[in-house]
Design a protein around this ligand. Structure first.
Ligand code: SF4
Length: 317
């Protein structure tokens, strides 16, 4: 048997292939040292490996921002698009290739400012994908401008006397959209919780929105310092239908049982309070998904040829 024959045989079928974490490695990340994006990338790779997602059947779509470099750092398909447009691109991909595992990655400026319209409608469409909002509460790539989630009073280059307005709350906003089906919050510095949240989001059949609080040591280090150093400022939402990691119990004493099927309670808990809440706020698999309810026109090659032939026959003389 030739070498070529041996190597082809050794590839095996797709079912037999096993993917290690390193098989998802793309380019070397160029985020700043200590940037929370690094931990989020690691959690995503852990998920890809744990779920054994074939790189050629997985696609990460991003907009513009530090976080949007994500697709470059993974050896899957990727689309580094334009500012605020990750969600329409990801929606289009999923509608035409429902067999792909689709992830959309955005920053707070990307999602909550220029992309806000897409965010609302993509939530309502409830197309099956995982959405990562990597929220460092500032525009980092363009070097320190106030974003919609920058806390009131926090100084930046564009509002040096402090942000004028109260920050937009992405969890509250998403929960307010009709047909929202999965809304969760986690943090880059709690890796176990981050990974479990991504896993739950991936397994949710619908639009799974995950806000990840993300440290930016370059511009907003002071914003998360207190909650990172003092776990008593964090409250974990725990439930058998949500996330409850016994490993975190020693460190995070503040835990609240919250059934994520309770939307009213989820909205109440999402309101800004003294404590930062991490967990699944809301999850309901029964919401309609656009890809299931819309009229699907035939799009296989055979279907199209048949349609064309029928049209030609109609005009035959
Ligand atoms: Fe990360 Fe901030 Fe550096 Fe951007 S500017 S790479 S968000 S630390």
């Amino acid at each position: 048997m030739s070498d070529l024959g041996c190597s082809l045989l050794s590839l095996g079928s797709e079912e037999e292939r096993e993917y290690g974490m390193q098989e998802y490695d793309g380019a070397t990340p160029r985020w700043c040292p200590g940037c929370g994006d690094n931990g989020i990338l690691t959690a995503a790779k852990r998920l890809l490996e744990a779920e054994q997602l074939p790189p050629e059947r997985t696609v990460f779509v991003s907009g513009i921002g530090c976080s949007s470099r994500f697709p470059h750092y993974l050896k899957t398909y990727g689309f580094h698009g334009i500012h605020g447009r990750a969600l329409p691109v990801a929606t289009g991909i999923k509608l035409h290739r429902p067999d792909l595992n689709v992830f959309a990655v955005m920053g707070d400026g990307d999602c909550c400012s220029i992309g806000a319209g897409h965010w609302i409608h993509a939530t309502r469409y409830n197309v099956n994908m995982v959405v990562l909002l990597m929220d460092n509460e500032i525009y980092g790539l363009t070097k320190n401008q106030t974003s919609p989630t920058t806390p009131q009073g926090f100084a930046s280059n564009t509002q040096p006397r402090g942000s004028y307005l109260p920050a937009l709350n992405p969890i509250e906003a998403t929960l307010g959209v009709t047909n929202a089906s999965f809304v969760a919050q986690t943090a880059d510095w709690v890796p176990g919780h981050l990974y479990e949240t991504l896993r739950a989001a991936y397994r949710h059949p619908g639009f799974a929105f995950v806000r990840i609080l993300q440290r930016c040591p370059q511009y907003t280090s002071v914003l998360f310092d207190a909650v990172v150093r003092d776990p008593s400022r964090v409250e974990l939402l725990v439930h058998e239908q949500g996330i409850d990691l016994p490993d975190l119990h020693d460190l995070y004493k503040n835990r609240r049982s919250h059934n994520p099927s309770n939307l009213d309670e989820a909205r109440r808990l999402a309101e800004n309070g003294a404590q930062m809440r991490l967990g699944i706020f809301y999850r309901d698999e029964s919401h309609p998904r656009y890809e299931e309810t819309r009229h699907v026109s035939p799009h296989s090659v055979e279907d199209r040829i048949q349609l064309l032939n029928r049209e030609f026959d109609r005009h035959a003389v």
